[in-house]
Design a protein around this ligand. Structure first.
Ligand SMILES: [Zn+2]
Ligand SMILES: [Zn+2]
Length: 246
């Protein structure tokens, strides 16, 4: 099998799925198990402390310790914790854009692996998690052809050997895109946009909501509101990247 693999590598040298550069041998056996090249990985900007332990927003200045941000102090979100390993900037922003709009759905695997390696540490102490992608409205699903969050969640669930449910949480309101809206408008736009169809699947479960990008967190919060109302124990939000304006 290994010989066959080596032969294949000779005929079709492995390329980075993001930038298409040929991978040298050490790179293709990258420590995180990611097929993404080193140059791309180093261009992905990691989010680090100090951050808010609830919503995961990071602080550029001031107190160097993690601390609950003003928004979370004023009004606790319905989710317990939200985290994103990366900033939605540079190389990763391009990769996510290609993944969603450039018909490069094969990026789900390498991007999903980045997300699962982060989740493995972050959620290490939590058992029997139920993964759920942030759903798209059926109309939006028809327009795009696939739900990018489901593709990511599927990879993460496979890698973490966790349960996956993509039918119980539904988007019942067709909303205009959140781009260009302020945080108040975003919250209003997605208000009551989600509904849990089968309560028994989420009852008393610890749920991990998966999404590709978060800006203000209002979509995640509305999903979490619906899930809590349906009787789940707690909600964690696992997002690949978040914008720096949040
Ligand atoms: Zn690359
Ligand atoms: Zn916060």
């Amino acid at each position: 099998m290994k010989l066959f693999r080596n032969l294949l590598d000779l005929i079709y040298p492995p390329r980075c799925p993001v930038c298409s550069a040929f991978l040298c041998h050490e790179e293709s056996s990258h420590e995180e198990g990611s097929p993404i090249c080193r140059a791309c990985l180093t261009s992905f900007l990691r989010i680090e402390s100090p951050l808010c332990p609830v919503c995961g927003r990071f602080f550029r200045a001031g107190n160097p310790e993690d601390h609950v941000c003003e928004d979370c102090l004023r009004r606790r979100p319905f989710f317990k914790e939200a985290r994103a390993p990366y900033l939605y900037e540079g190389g990763l922003m391009t990769a996510i854009h290609e993944f969603k709009y450039g018909a490069k759905s094969f990026l789900a695997k390498p991007l999903g692996l980045l997300l699962s390696s982060f989740a493995r540490t972050w959620l290490a102490t939590h058992k029997s998690l139920l993964l759920m992608p942030v759903p798209l409205h059926p109309r939006r699903l028809r327009e795009r052809g696939f739900n990018q969050s489901l593709l990511l969640a599927r990879e993460v669930a496979k890698d973490l050997q966790a349960d996956l449910d993509f039918l119980s949480l539904q988007r019942v309101k067709y909303t205009k895109p959140q781009t260009g809206l302020g945080s108040e408008e975003r919250a209003r736009n997605v208000r009551r946009a989600f509904q849990v169809l089968r309560r028994e699947t989420v009852k008393k479960r610890s749920i991990v909501l998966v999404d590709d990008v978060a800006t203000t967190g209002s979509t995640l919060n509305e999903c979490a509101r619906a899930l809590k109302k349906a009787g789940c124990r707690e909600v964690f939000c696992l997002v690949l990247a978040r914008t720096s304006t949040f």
